[in-house]
Every structure is written in C-alpha cells, then in structure tokens.
Design a protein around this ligand. Structure first.
Ligand code: XMP
Length: 511
C-alpha cells in the first residue's frame, strides 16, 4: 500500500464519503484531523491531500485552519468547498459571503483543457452547499470553472499542484464528481489505482503476524459480519492460535448459531468455544417488558458470560475486535487526534479482562469493504451479506416480556419471511426486513374453531444510512403468500400485519 491519500477533516458532513470515493477509485485513503501538524502528515507519506468541507466559515477567527506547511509539503492538495476557501484565504486570496446563496445544484462550465476536468463535458451540474465563495484568487492561481453566480467555482495553481473546487465532487448529485476525483488521483497525484481487497488482505495478514508474534488472540464472535471477517482474517494470519468465544443468547435468527458453529469449525477451524446461554438470558429477563430494561439486561449478561468463558480459557496475549472505520471516525480516534476515546462496541471489556494489546484489523475499512474482504477470504456469501441485526436480537422483536413460545413465533415467522423474500428475488432490493411479534391478540377462525391468537407484523425498509427509512413496497402477491404461510405454519398466530410507517416518526425496530 505505497500510495495513499490523506483527507484532512474540518468537520464536513461528507468527509467519510470523500474517503470512500477515493477508495472506490482504488486508491487507499484515510481521514486525519485538521489539526495534524505538517511534520506528522509528512511522516504518513501521502501521495496527495484532500481538504474536506466544513460547516465553519473562514471569515471567522475561530475557524479551523490547517498547518500552513500542508501547502509546501510538495504533494498535490485538493480543497473541497470549505477546503478551497481555506486554501484561498491562507494563500493570500479573498473569501466573502455570496450575495445570492448558492445552494443545491448549479450548472457549471469547466475548462476541459485542464487535467482536473479531462474527458468531461464542458457543462454539467455540481452540488454547492456553502454560503461563502472565493472572490479573489490567491497569487499563482487561475479559475478553471464557473457558474452564473460564481466566477471561481474551481481554481488551480499547477506549479505548486494546489487545487480547489467550490462544489462537492464526492456526492452523487454532482454527476461528473467521481470523474473529477479520479482525475485528481490519476493525472495530478500520479496514483496507479491498484489498491484492492486482495492486496489489503495480504498487508493486513502481515501486520497481524507482526503484532501478534508467537502469541495467542481472543475474539468474541457475534454472528455479525464484522466479527466473522475479523476471525477469518486473523485465522489466515495465525491459524488456531486464534481462540473465539461465541455466546448464543438465544435471540439469534433461525439457523444462525448453527451456521456460526459450522463456518468456524469446518471452513475456519479456530479454537471455538460455543456457549448456549439461552436459559440464563431468559431467566434474567423473566417478566421484563420495558425495551430499555431488556437491552440493559442483555448487554450486561452478555459481558458476564463472556468474562466467565474468557477466564476458563486462561491467559491469552491479545484481544481482537471487529471495530470498523465509521466507529473509529465517530469516536474521534483517528490518527493524530487529541481526544482518543475508546470505541463503545465492547466498552472497557478488554481492559477489564486484563488485555493491554488490541488487534483491530478492520479499523480502516468501511462496511462495504468489510463485506468485500470477507468474500476475498472465502467466507460464505450469506454470512458476509447479512443484513444489520441488533445486538439484543429477537428479544427486541417480541414486544413486551419474553417467553420461549413467543421467541419461537418470531423466529419461525422471520424464517418464512426471509425464505419468501429470497424466493421472490427481493432480498437485494431491501435494506432490512423482519417480523415482529406484537402484543396484540385477536379473534379468528381456523376450521370450525374460534381462535384468540397473536398478530405478527412485517417490517421491511429501504434506507441508505438507517437514520431515515422508507417502508418497502413488497408486491401484494408476495405479501399474500407470506401471510398465508405464517398463519398456516406458525402455531399461535392468526393475523399478519404490514408496517407502513417511515422513519421518522417510527423507528425501524419496534423496541
Ligand atoms: P432503529 O430501530 O433505531 O434502528 O430505527 C436503526 C438500525 O439500528 C439497529 N438497531 C440496533 N443495533 N443494537 C444494535 O446493535 C441495538 O440495540 C439496536 N437497536 C436498533 C436496527 O436493527 C436498525 O438496523
């Protein structure tokens, strides 16, 4: 991984997206805080630097300003939005608030003889989202794009290889954006674009070997994608010196615990401890119906079980966890950051267990990259493509208190839903789908019998980020089929409902 792009983060909402786009262009990239001194940046040996956007304005004294040495490192720098304004103001240009706020799409005319805009149409829309603009270019710069209201929509100083764009090339609203990013990487930074998951896997394996030496590693498997990929990667590096603990709390979906056992005994034969703790969890949860209370009990019981099992394994040298890049960025723990908070995923568990050495081989990867890595390592597709599933699992998909019977209903109805959605080839079109056992009972007839049974709800959503979501329009015929199967095959159910609520105001889960 010799070529890399550093993204200086000024707090813009699209910073992560810039990192993703650069990686999509097959160039390794990561985000560093805007405060990082130029000397430290130099040590990271960047091939190029991108300055992110920011909600701040360079016109104010408290605005975040990078080390001026960034502009004399000798590597190309691209400022995006605030990044361009900052570059202009630090290098002797002028920035002012626009008379007309240019927000949203703006038809932009490009100087297509410039390398940054090579192979582009002369005109295309770009996405603008800042009130400020560069009114006077710094010495050495020329304007290479304009809109009706913005004469300096992009600027370039080819001698110093410094560039700025007022718009956001990283968002999909800018149709030529990816091409502009690729041109910066290829034509200006000279990146070859050969970063991929195979290469990443090799490098990560070498690093794990170096960090672990002849020692042993403990990893908790959750059934989720991140811990599974972490296990597969560490297994490739150190074989059965990897010890995994899988706590089955009894709230996983049908077939999942078996699948975890199968994959990590046959395909990746790690040292695997499986703990069937279903009774223990149900005991603790008896009569508890408050959702938050349920979550808390499950969380603390999980740690207790894990701790007991880890103690039985004796002293291991390192603790591994499947922390991924968005977790790292959110916790502020990016390299060079002043505030390093620990990731909340497993809280202080490693330290409590006496571990001083953490192995986190996915720290630099986005979710889709983690999935791609999983496939490269040979994990089964169903495990790698698994949709998000909450830690407390089916326990929060039974509204109210829990019993074995209620869990059976939600597990079986969920399995039918999954089977039918798959059969209708809809799986890839939905972000998340599951059934919920409501605490409503209603009257029905089955044969000649009156029934007074439970109502099961179907929740299926489409979303990019899980912060907002739309309910999925599953075809009626498929729904009819699912409903028929659930009431026929799952004892104790006589009614199926469809949740047609967006998030907000509803959440995706019911608890
Ligand atoms: P909500 O219900 O908040 O869900 O709209 C958004 C996403 O988060 C998942 N979710 C959880 N994941 N522990 C988790 O690990 C939880 O307690 C939890 N609650 C919700 C949910 O499945 C959805 O993908």
């Amino acid at each position: 991984m010799s070529q890399r792009i550093l993204i200086l983060d000024f707090g813009g909402q699209y910073t992560q997206l810039i990192a993703r786009r650069v990686r999509q262009a097959k160039v390794y990239s990561y985000v560093v805080p805007w405060r990082t001194p130029a000397d430290e940046l130099r040590k990271m040996d960047p091939t190029g630097i991108i300055l992110s956007g920011s909600p701040a304005s360079v016109r104010f004294t408290d605005a975040p300003r990078c080390d001026p040495g960034v502009f004399t490192l000798g590597v190309p720098v691209l400022g995006i939005c605030y990044g361009m304004q900052l570059m202009a103001s630090m290098l002797g240009g002028q920035v002012a608030a626009g008379d007309k706020r240019e927000y949203g799409l703006a038809q932009t005319t490009f100087n297509t003889t410039h390398r940054l805009f090579a192979d582009m149409p002369r005109q295309s829309p770009t996405w603008m989202s800042h009130n400020d603009g560069v009114t006077m270019l710094p010495p050495g710069f020329v304007s290479i794009a304009h809109t009706a209201d913005c004469p300096n929509a992009a600027m370039a100083d080819d001698d110093r290889r410094l560039y700025g764009v007022q718009f956001h090339p990283e968002v999909t609203h800018t149709p030529e954006g990816m091409r502009i990013i690729a041109s910066f990487l290829r034509h200006i930074c000279g990146c070859t674009g050969d970063w991929d998951m195979h290469g990443y896997a090799e490098t990560a394996v070498a690093r794990i070997r170096e960090a672990v030496g002849t020692g042993s590693v403990l990893l908790g498997l959750s059934g989720g994608v991140d811990s599974a990929v972490t296990a597969a990667l560490i297994y490739r590096a150190i074989g059965d010196r990897l010890h995994c603990v899988f706590v089955d709390h009894g709230f996983m979906r049908k077939g999942e615990p078996e699948r975890v056992r199968e994959v990590f005994t046959s395909f990746f034969p790690v040292h695997l401890t499986c703990v069937d703790a279903a009774d223990r969890f149900l005991d603790k949860l008896k009569g508890v119906s408050d959702p938050e209370q349920k979550r808390k009990i499950i969380g603390s019981e999980f740690v207790a079980v894990f701790r007991e099992e880890a103690a039985k394994l004796g002293k291991l040298d390192h603790f591994a966890q499947g922390t991924i890049y968005p977790d790292v960025i959110e916790s502020g723990a990016v390299p060079g950051s002043n505030v390093i908070k620990s990731h909340h995923n497993v809280g202080g568990l490693p330290r409590e267990l006496g571990f001083t050495s953490l192995v986190e081989p996915l720290r630099m990867l986005f979710k889709d990259e983690v999935r791609a890595l999983g496939l490269v390592l040979g994990l089964p597709k169903d495990m790698v493509q698994r949709q998000p599933f909450p830690g407390p699992g089916l326990a929060i998909r039974v509204v109210g208190d829990l019993t074995r019977e209620k869990l059976h209903i939600v597990r079986e109805s969920d399995a039918i839903l999954r089977e039918e959605i798959d059969r209708a080839h809809l799986t890839d079109t939905l972000s998340q789908f599951f059934t919920v056992l409501t605490n409503v009972r209603s009257v029905g007839v089955m044969g000649d019998e009156r029934t007074y049974f439970a109502a099961v709800a179907i929740r299926a959503v489409i979303t990019d980020d899980f912060m907002t979501a739309d309910w999925a329009r599953i075809p009626y015929d498929t729904l009819a089929h699912i409903s028929r199967r659930i009431v026929n095959e799952v004892p104790g159910v006589n009614r199926v409902l469809l949740d047609v609520t967006t998030k907000p105001p509803a959440s995706i889960e019911w608890e």
